[in-house]
Design a protein around this ligand. Structure first.
Ligand code: TYD
Ligand code: MG
Length: 455
């Protein structure tokens, strides 16, 4: 038996050191190292005298694919993000700020499942008491729902109950509250979270149960606990939204069984979460009067084109280095666009504060919104509103060219459906059949686009 040694692992990034230090050398976070006992790697070749049964090697072509059966979750927006429902034996991790509505979402999903009627859904709560969950259920009008509840925090005991219950879907709220009696450390520590997740993973695979884990997020928005949790599970979803706002967006950041970046949109109401099947309509709830600094674009999130409004405010700065603030957009993208406006549009936003906001709490991760952001900035700078029925999309390159984006026709079709009558888009995105409801201005260069926007 090899001798155990102690190492210290960061619970944010998972990097290890041999000594305890205040600041993690991996990610720079403070006081995140925790003790971890570890059996060192030995140099001996253990496999030469391996005595257990051996698994067989198979040619890829002969592997039987068992077409994974999907279990609809009862909420179509959640199914969309999952890639068509829950897969038996898979583990899904849902992260989100406290109070965003994770528990509400999962209780509603469980209650809406067809298999709930047969008593095959289990909600394991370590965070709230059964009475608290009952209160929530009353609020959601679900107090009669056939959801089976278990309040426990010891993972071994909970799984022993689950083996008896034989659920098809099990929710664990939350993974940070569970602990294993195999370990001495406190609940919520890296080792405990990892051990509990590991046991749940094995339980899910062995019994073909779809397990949904709720995970807390840290102040800067990453899932708390070891990063390894994200690597262990099959699917990682984030539930996001502005605190004051009712809109909630569910996003897949990792999915072994579907596309990532798929969005599900919900609205938090007095009676729980309501699905929003046509989110563009909400993200576009604008006033009737055209105002400077507002532009509309179509982004593609997963399989669905989404119309969003981008707002810009350019204002004289009183600071030595003007402020550049973005909400829902990568700040570097803004810096780049400002440089392009300066160089290729001969306009001077350099002595001014620039604020960008993507309305409705949406995050824009793709370059298709570049042209609209640029138009919004220029509109605010010139104090001239854009046309109300104008849609723009396209990527803006550093050399001042406007590049095509994937799914041009689809984006245009979505805009036309929402009543947009003017479009500025990359020339290379010009569709073969132009819908007659819309007037299209194709552009190749930033200078061309700025010229068009003047009129
Ligand atoms: P919850 O699901 O407890 O959040 P989480 O599990 O992510 O911490 O949601 C709690 C918030 O949602 C709370 O601030 C109240 C609000 N809420 C409503 O607005 N309407 C409702 O019907 C319910 C159940 C909650
Ligand atoms: Mg909760």
């Amino acid at each position: 038996m090899a001798k155990k040694t102690m190492v210290y692992q960061c619970h944010q990034c998972g990097s290890e050191t041999s000594r305890w230090v205040g600041q993690c050398p991996g990610c720079g976070a403070w006081s995140t190292l925790e003790e971890l006992s570890k059996v060192p790697i030995t140099r001996q070749e253990h496999y030469t005298n391996y005595s257990g049964t051996l698994s067989t090697v198979q040619p890829l072509s002969e592997v039987q694919s068992n077409t994974e059966s999907r279990l609809p979750s009862g909420l179509s927006e959640l199914d969309r993000v999952l890639g068509g429902g829950l897969v038996a034996g898979s583990v899904v991790l849902i992260g989100g700020n406290p109070g965003i509505g994770k528990s509400t979402l999962l209780l509603q999903a469980l209650a809406a499942m067809g298999i709930a009627q047969q008593g095959r859904v289990l909600y394991l709560t370590g965070e709230e008491s059964l009475a608290q969950i009952h209160l929530r259920a009353q609020r959601l009008n679900l107090s009669k729902a056939p959801v089976r509840l278990l309040a426990d925090t010891l993972i071994e005991r909970s799984l022993a109950v689950a083996e008896k219950e034989q659920p098809l879907v099990m929710v664990v709220d939350s993974i940070q509250t569970l602990y294993s009696e195999q370990l001495q450390s406190a609940p919520g520590t890296v080792t405990q979270v990892r051990e509990s997740a590991g046991q749940l993973l094995r339980y899910a695979k062995k019994n073909g149960v779809a397990v949904i884990l709720v995970g807390h997020v840290t102040k800067d928005g990453a899932l708390a606990g070891p990063r390894v949790l994200e690597h262990m599970v099959d699917t990682v979803l984030y539930f996001e939204g502005d605190d004051g706002e009712r809109l909630r967006v569910l996003r897949a950041v990792k999915n072994r069984f579907g596309a990532v970046n798929e969005l599900g949109v919900f609205a938090m109401t007095e009676q729980g979460l309501q699905e929003v099947n046509n989110p563009s309509a909400i993200f576009l709830a604008r006033g009737k009067e055209p105002v400077p600094g507002s532009a509309v674009t179509v982004i593609r999130e997963g399989s669905r084109p989404l119309l969003v409004e981008v707002q810009a405010l350019v204002d004289d700065s009183h600071l030595a280095s003007p402020r550049r603030v973005t909400v829902g957009l990568e700040p570097n993208r803004l810096a780049m666009l400002l440089a392009i406006i300066h160089r290729h549009g001969a306009m001077m936003p350099s002595a001014q504060d620039v604020f960008i906001n993507v309305v409705g709490g949406v995050r824009v991760n793709e370059t298709g919104a570049d042209l609209a952001i640029l138009a919004a900035i220029v509109s605010s700078l010139r104090d001239a509103p854009l046309l109300q029925d104008l849609i723009l999309f396209g990527e803006v390159g550093l050399t001042g060219e406007i590049r095509p984006v994937p799914g041009g026709e689809e984006r245009l079709a979505a805009a036309v459906k929402h009543g947009f009558k003017q479009a500025i888009l990359p020339r290379a995105n010009l569709p073969k059949y132009i819908p007659k409801e819309v007037h299209i201005t194709p552009v190749n260069r930033v200078s061309e686009a700025l010229e068009v926007l003047k009129n």
